[in-house]
Design a protein around this ligand. Sequence first.
Ligand code: NAI
Length: 520
Amino acid sequence: MTSRNYSIETIGIVGTGAMGRGIAQIAALAGLSVRLYDTNPAAIGAARDYLADTFAKLVTKGKLEQARSLAALANVSAAHTVAELAGCDLVIEAIVEKLDVKRALFRELESVVGGQCVLASNTSSLSITAIAAECADPSRVVGYHFFNPVPLMKVVEIIDGLRTDPAAGDALMDLARRMGHTPVRAKDMPGFIVNHAGRGMNTEGLRIAGEGVASFVDIDRIMREQAGFRLGPFELLDLTALDVSHPVMESIYHQFYEEPRFTPSPITGTRFAGGLLGRKTGEGFYRYVDGKQQVPQEAPAPTALPSRVWVSKRYPDARNAVLQLIEQAGVSLDDNDAPSADSLLIVTPFGHDATTAAIDEALDASRVVAVDALFPLVGASRRSLMTTPATSRASRDAAHALFAHDGVPVTVIRDSTGFVAQRVVATIVNIGCDIAQQQIATPQDIDLAVTLGLGYPRGPLALGDALGARTILDILRNIGSVLGDPRYRPSPWLARRALLGMSLTQDDAASADTATEHTQ
Ligand code: NAI
């Protein structure tokens, strides 16, 4: 394959809906000449009006100079036929998500544009290699996956098909930077980076709800307030709407040949069928009144403290954190190796359920309550407790009062391998690690794509490092040992680095020079 020099100044955008007009906006503002084409002529006019309106609003808000706004608008013109895209250096399609329609468009474009013109697809779910397969020159076809709304979502995935000329992808990387976006580079694999990495939060949240461990709202509260995510899985599903997310969950699962890490849930299948799509239909996992999410109030925490508390010695750091809270609450500690008959028994499992922890440590399960110590317990915004099926109401309430004594809200869930936060976070880290293992993208690009594309507080690899790769590995192994479900098998990328004490963001030391070659 001969590599060419691509110089991009004039862009054609085919499909001027939500995505096309967003791309037009950032391109025109970057000083590029933009030609808009759509099979629906009214959509072209609507896109131009939208751009004029948006630029005017930005000027009013003081975010754009009048002169620049006028120059940007002057950069945008309408193409009345595909043939009018002839002089473009790049054409980006953002049309209907159908393989045969995109293939036909690219064949038509090839008969019109010059040999140096790059053809890019904004597809989120189709293979770039498949789109390019019927082109005379598939080397010029590249994935250019923007996110909605384009001007605010400052990341774009550049996807190399199997026959893509790397220089064409490089040109789109440079162009993205020129338009103020952060480019990340991905192999042509289902979901690319962001929609692949995003499987963890939703599917594990659904799995936990499906096991009857906690309600949707409790799972969201834990992921937001305990684990520090901006949105919990069910709030997120309500925002994206199930008519979009449920088919994506199914499609990625099947495209990876029923990979258990991506197994969808009948919970979304049923809700999708019933039209409980989310915010846009007024009812999803939450109800919406005048667009406002209705969240049930939490019951006040019990106040009767336990008289004596014994704390497992299995995880010293977790124990110390619990001891601090016990001292703060002024409750007496049962420091014996074998607990006294009237003590509340606190365990701090990682990946195990409370039942397994009780049995492993030969404890009276009716007095056992587990607390999640993966995120700092002292100074927490929320804490999670879980009970064994045999835990008495008195033990549960006493533990609740103890951990809520300093005013921190507490969520009590039913028994679960790895509570809520441990399971979801370990799943996110594991999937991120496996994206690195498959060399779909570099570790740096995986973390960048996830923080910018999904709004997570950290990328999956940095998150794993922050919480301890070894801890994440132990959580997954312990979940696997209880459930025997291959969903939780650790990625080799995670297991090897955790055992070697390496950062999850580090590629193989010896392969730094060959990484680019491998990712193509
Ligand atoms: P949209 O429905 O808002 O706009 C699509 C536009 O394409 C319409 O104006 C339609 O008239 C036009 N069109 C359809 N077939 C055409 C053809 N053969 N030739 C010329 N114009 C044609 O769709 P949206 O949301 O802008 O999505 C477009 C593409 O971007 C899809 O491939 C989608 O998967 C992808 N995408 C969408 C995202 C989103 O959140 N909406 C996010 C990332 C990618």
